[in-house]
Design a protein around this ligand. Sequence first.
Ligand SMILES: Nc1nc2c(ncn2[C@@H]2O[C@H](COP(=O)(O)OP(=O)(O)OP(=O)(O)O)[C@@H](O)[C@H]2O)c(=O)[nH]1
Length: 373
Amino acid sequence: MIPGPIPVSVLTGFLGAGKTTLLNRLLKDPALADTAVIINEFGDVAIDHLLVENSSDGIIQLADGCLCCTVRGDLVDTLADLVDRLQTGRIARLARVIVETTGLADPAPVLQSIMGHPALVQAYRLDGVIALVDAVNAEATLDAHIEAVKQVAVADRLVIAKSDLVRDQGALEVLAARLRHINPSAPIIDARTPGTGCSALFDCGVYNPASKSADVRRWLGEEAAHAHGDCGPGHGHGHDHGDHHEHHRHDSRIRTFTLTHDKPVPYAAIEMFLDLLRSAHGDKLLRMKGVIELADDPSRPLVVHGVQRLLHPPARLPAWPDATRGTRLVLITLDMPADYVRRLFAAFTDTPAVDTPDRAALVDNPLAIAGLR
Ligand SMILES: Nc1nc2c(ncn2[C@@H]2O[C@H](COP(=O)(O)OP(=O)(O)OP(=O)(O)O)[C@@H](O)[C@H]2O)c(=O)[nH]1
């Protein structure tokens, strides 16, 4: 028997806001023992599960695709399967589920999947939505992406990450005022505040759409209508459910693709490539993350994270988490063709390609590769 509905927390926030970082921290808290974490990833090559430190049995990776569209059914199936495993004794306890959405997810359909599914509501209750906000990039992100606004609007807790990178206290106050305007009821918590842990973020009470803004109620209402099949063809604000390999796009200008290279690469080459991408095209680079096999230290993968113009200091993992070696970089770009980036990468990794200038030429003139408007 199940002892009562299991709380489900949804962790959302735009691309690179700091969701996995917060999750890693939270999972160290004994209060989160017996928690299942469902991670959803955008991109051909799953990387997040490599980066969640506590990658034990409790981490479930959903298939490639976005939770709010292509793999929404997978979330329902996964939640149903967890209950089944609990009932048949294949897992002893399940105290909580945390669902980490992709940064591009519209949270409304995700919430609707949990709240609106007749079988799931028996077993689960939506406990709360935690939205991460990246203090460095939030203003630009909120200006440009409605998904980011929705993520903030539906939240029960807003957590500001990366405030350590913002020197101007005034800018943080302006951001907090904007967040309060979008969502007047959610407490705003700085991720640096000691004790920003389980007690501050979980047990928000039963998720209550009535306490949210009129916009949120409307979005959730539209999703409920959609779930019952009476949504018109306009649904989905431009989601493209086709071509699963290069696009996954919510907006036809957004592309997701992966760069791979199977030989170790020199650190200097990768550093130049990343710096060039960031400095020349940072505004087109919504997200970049991945692991790199370095020629100078192949046993310790280098983990890189880029979020718009911000390139976080690369970190080394002590060892490779699985048998796969080589470089895998997932990029999510806005108005930047995959082919252009692939050729740039090939030039830096010295992969011969027809008509591609070599590394030295590109450092002199990063626009020497054709294909970018
Ligand atoms: N300085 C600083 N860096 C942070 C903070 N939070 C996250 N980061 C860095 O931001 C980068 C992205 O963090 P992630 O936790 O992977 O972000 P995410 O939201 O899970 O990313 P996606 O799943 O790709 O959307 C990483 O390099 C983190 O180390 C913070 O509070 N301060």
